[in-house]
Write a protein that binds this ligand. Structure first.
Ligand code: MN
Length: 231
């Protein structure tokens, strides 16, 4: 068997303190997982079952990258997020077992074409073009659980050109990492290399060409992304 054309290389994210890399399978994202962010998006925070969307695996971008300002948006937003990396797959995972499936954690930025996302949301259409566009998932090097444990509290902050835009604590997550893993695994079989972006706190806002955006999570380091000229 030969391929009709070269297969796409496996997308990967870095591992902190290692030259090894994590092969990325899928990127799951949860919507409205901090109450103050739900409110700023015009929705009531609640404990209704969470909803998820995906980005393509090859949307990942390393720490330190300069990204072109994406096309077809006039409202390109940052979203600081904790990322959980699945290392052991499974189906129907119980909440009490869920953390055993996590390989590590990283700092992420769920870059969003907010105008496209809100238009799709309000028309009852999919979010893909607002959320899953090229280079929409900067992810810093992943810290293994063996080094950092399972961060459930700690500051999560985002600055743009040094000005604080998002400043919250992981303890404010509406749905915890084990709850998200359990819920997702009852819907789809999780596999190693699946990433879960766990939602963003309040303070989302626009990025423009020339901005330097830094996301920090206590114990997990920083993720720096520079916005270049329009693509
Ligand atoms: Mn998000």
């Amino acid at each position: 068997m030969a391929f009709a054309f070269d297969p796409h290389p496996t997308p990967t994210v870095a591992i902190a303190g290692s030259t090894d890399r994590i092969p990325v399978r899928r990127i799951f994202c949860i919507g409205r997982n901090y109450a103050a962010h739900a409110r700023e998006m015009g929705k009531d925070p609640d404990r209704d079952p969470p909803f998820f969307f995906l980005k393509p695996a090859d949307a990942v971008v390393d720490d330190g990258a300069t990204l072109p300002y994406p096309p077809q948006t006039e409202n390109f937003h940052h979203e600081a997020e904790l990322v959980a990396v699945i290392g052991t797959g499974g189906r129907n995972i119980a909440e009490g077992e869920a953390l055993g499936h996590v390989w590590g954690y990283a700092v992420g930025n769920d870059l969003t074409r907010r105008d496209l996302q809100l238009k799709a949301r309000d028309q009852g259409r999919p979010w893909d073009l607002g959320k899953g566009f090229d280079r929409s998932a900067p992810i810093a090097p992943v810290h293994p659980v063996s080094k950092v444990g399972h961060p459930a509290t700690g500051a999560i902050r985002l600055t743009v050109n040094g000005e604080v835009r998002q400043d919250a604590d992981l303890a404010e997550l509406i749905w915890s990492v084990p709850e998200m893993i359990s819920i997702l695994s009852h819907s789809m079989e999780l596999k190693p290399g699946d990433l879960i972006m766990t939602g963003t706190p309040a303070g989302v806002g626009p990025l423009v060409p020339g901005d330097v955006c830094v996301v920090s999570i206590e114990g997990l380091g920083d993720l720096t992304t520079t916005i270049g000229p329009r693509a």
